[in-house]
Design a binder for this molecule. Structure first.
Ligand SMILES: C[S@@+](CC[C@H](N)C(=O)[O-])C[C@H]1O[C@@H](n2cnc3c(N)ncnc32)[C@H](O)[C@@H]1O
Length: 291
């Protein structure tokens, strides 16, 4: 006779999943366990609580085991669920798209605080479209967004549709190569991780995320230098350049900005108190200011 074992309930599986992730060093074990289980069961996370006593079938359990295994092997949560939440957007992501980070929500805020009605914004290196779509949705201004990666641009376009945000012009371009307009604001979160640092990053990043989204394969300043030095050509007078940078890059970025004639340079911190953003004004092509 076959002995029927009691099937585990959602509540028990959440507890098991949390313990398992925590035992592997996951610092957000409860949250991630709930996200994976909700995703696997096709439920909203909040609905897990309404179905706590529901027993799971063997095939559901097997699917969940697969997700937990991938997670502890280092696959980012967002690549398992295929989505990432950014400000007011739900964004699709895959392994060809850089996962938007929480701190990038702050650079978006810096742009929103600077733009005025009728401004034109250029985003360089849009990835999933997180910044460009948020600025369009929340700021109501015209945004052109570029990426050198066709795959990223496809995802960004799909994210525009998914979130019903129209009006972003998506352009395949190696930084400014295919840009001919001028803008009031240029914003970018470029790959600023040096090759040396990249090689020592956790597996979750350097084995899963697209390399082109993370490192410049150089000293960390290659893309920043290109973006800063050519920005004056594409900025309207009194325009702004807003950049996300590494927390040890303030001095180098300050020098590059001054060299290209930027004034009113300020650096902003992320939520952990580290300098992560540069905001600079461009007086205009008529003004001097280069060192
Ligand atoms: C750090 S990710 C930022 C993505 C997105 N803006 C965000 O903040 O989540 C950098 C992005 O720059 C793009 N990129 C890298 N090199 C580029 C280049 N030469 N021209 C344009 N985009 C580039 C990458 O494909 C990637 O999407």
């Amino acid at each position: 006779m076959k002995v029927k074992t009691a099937q585990k309930t959602i509540k028990e599986i959440i507890a098991d999943g949390e313990r398992f992730l925590a035992s592997k060093g996951n610092e957000n074990a409860r949250g991630e366990a709930e996200t994976l289980i909700a995703f696997g069961l096709g439920l909203a996370r909040v609905d897990l609580y309404l179905s706590f006593d529901k027993p799971l079938t063997e095939s559901e359990l097997q699917k969940l085991r697969g997700y937990f295994k991938s997670r502890v092997q280092g696959k980012p949560l967002q690549y398992i669920t295929g989505e990432s939440i950014f400000r007011y957007l739900k964004l699709k992501v895959n392994d060809k798209t850089f996962i938007p980070r929480p701190e990038t929500e702050l650079i978006t805020e810096l742009v929103l605080n600077i733009i005025k009605k009728g401004d034109k914004v250029l985003e360089l290196g849009t990835g999933s479209g997180a910044i460009a779509l948020s600025i369009t949705k929340e700021g109501g201004v015209k945004v052109d967004a570029t990426d050198v990666s066709k795959d990223a641009l496809e995802m960004a376009k799909a994210n525009g549709k998914l979130n019903e945000v129209d009006g972003v012009k998506w352009l395949e371009s190696n930084w400014y190569e295919n840009i001919s307009n001028k803008y009031n604001v240029i914003v970018s979160n470029p790959p600023y991780v040096s090759l040396e640092e990249y090689n020592s990053l956790e597996k979750e990043i350097n084995e899963y995320e697209p390399e082109i989204g993370v490192t410049d394969n150089n000293n960390g300043f290659k893309c920043l230098k290109e973006i800063i030095s050519k920005a004056p050509e594409f900025l309207e007078d009194k325009g702004h350049l807003i950049l996300e940078i590494g927390y040890e890059q303030q001095e180098g970025v300050d020098k590059l900005l001054k060299k290209s004639g930027f004034i009113d340079i300020r650096f902003e911190k992320d939520l952990t108190g580290k300098i992560r953003f540069a905001v600079a004004s461009f007086e205009g092509t008529g003004a001097s200011g280069t060192e």
